[in-house]
Design a protein around this ligand. Structure first.
Ligand code: FES
Ligand code: FES
Length: 163
């Protein structure tokens, strides 16, 4: 019986932080590796590489996703946002500023994932309760246990949006 032939690579088009990219990628390349190595956007971090730590969180078509659990080809035609797309020139995004102001990071390895999850949370719930913030960020791990200040930072931005 003839062996089935599968394509080894595929051309994909994505829009990342407002910029269009077209690249040929191996079909088994992870979206996280594509973002980091093919596009050079290294703010997206890889920790566990199996969907547990949240360090690789990005926004894809308006939803936060773990880019280590997707293949790059699954993002073909999608609109992506990574940490690099948050700041407006030299002006930090309000969440970045709040993380800075509230000392919401120590080593910072997990920070980009927390920020992207928080962006998604506040996008969907601009005025979250503390419990909703804890729930919204429960898929992100900070090994330095900086959770209290991370929650304070998100609360600070939520309060700004109420004033
Ligand atoms: S690297 Fe993706 S969830 Fe940990
Ligand atoms: S700031 Fe160190 S793991 Fe999060």
């Amino acid at each position: 019986m003839a062996e089935t032939q599968f394509a080894e690579s595929q051309t994909i088009r994505v829009r990342v932080n407002g910029q269009e990219y077209e690249r040929e990628v191996p079909v088994r390349r992870l979206l996280a590796d594509f973002i980091r190595h093919d596009l050079g956007l290294t703010a997206t971090h890889l920790g566990c590489e199996h969907g547990v730590c949240g360090a690789c969180t990005i926004i894809m078509d308006g939803e936060s996703v773990r880019s280590c659990l997707l293949f790059a080809v699954q993002a073909d035609g999608a609109e992506l946002q990574t940490l690099e797309g948050l700041a407006d020139g030299d002006d930090m995004h309000p969440l970045q500023q709040a993380f800075w102001d509230n000392h919401a990071l120590q080593c910072g390895f997990c920070t980009s994932g927390f920020l992207m999850s928080a962006v998604d949370l506040l996008d969907k719930h601009p005025r979250p309760s503390e419990e909703e913030i804890r729930h919204g960020l429960s898929g992100n791990l900070c090994r330095c246990t900086g959770y209290a200040n991370i929650i304070k930072a998100v609360q600070a931005v939520a309060e700004q949006s109420q004033s």
